[in-house]
Write a protein of this length. Structure first.
Length: 186
């Protein structure tokens, strides 16, 4: 059974345990998601689409990995949804989570040690030198990652030529808990 490591809560779970979230804005199953709010550090739970486990079956072996369905129907409105979420924290998973080999890289160090500058420089080098030299591609996974990297890291350091401000703790800014996710193709 293939396993998925959530990039938000770092819990590992079987691909077959993945939950889905209804994306139909008119579905009557929408409700406050307390699990999502708890892990995001939000004071009130946002009203989101119904989160649910797919019906039994639908697990297939593709390229040697056991994988759940790509899309399932909401049990309330019967509309199909491809949105998969972590069963622990309800963070939205990338479309290929559990379907490709994944590697998680974490950089640890003391406050103001230069971790953000290191990561910004590493990503810049991967985009510009390493990708070109080794015929490899690197891409941001989603608009949140791209906008965060561009606005909070790349522009201040490379375009404005200034050091990055210290990253606020998750207690001050819950947004800092959301990981930037990049993928490589080589």
């Amino acid at each position: 059974m293939s396993k998925i490591l959530c990039p938000f809560c770092f819990e590992q779970f079987k691909s077959s345990q993945t939950l889905f979230r209804c994306i139909n804005s008119r579905c009557s199953g929408q409700a406050p998601d307390k699990t999502y709010a708890k892990y995001q550090g939000l004071l009130s739970a946002p009203k989101l689409g119904l989160s649910f486990a797919p019906r039994e079956g639908g697990i297939k072996k593709i390229a040697g990995l056991f994988q759940g369905p790509r899309e399932v129907s909401c049990p309330t409105c019967q509309r199909p949804t491809p949105k998969r979420i972590c069963p622990t924290c309800h963070y939205e998973l990338m479309y290929d989570a559990g379907r490709t080999k994944e590697r998680t890289i974490a950089v640890i160090g003391g406050r103001s040690a230069g971790k953000s500058i290191y990561i910004t420089t590493l990503i810049h080098c991967l985009f510009n030198q390493v990708g070109t030299n080794f015929n490899a591609g690197v891409m941001a996974r989603g608009d949140l990652t791209w906008n965060c990297y561009q606005n909070d890291f790349y522009k201040p350091l490379y375009e404005e030529g200034r050091l990055l401000l210290p990253i606020q703790t998750a207690e001050v800014n819950a947004r800092t808990k959301t990981p930037m996710v990049f993928s490589g193709d080589y």
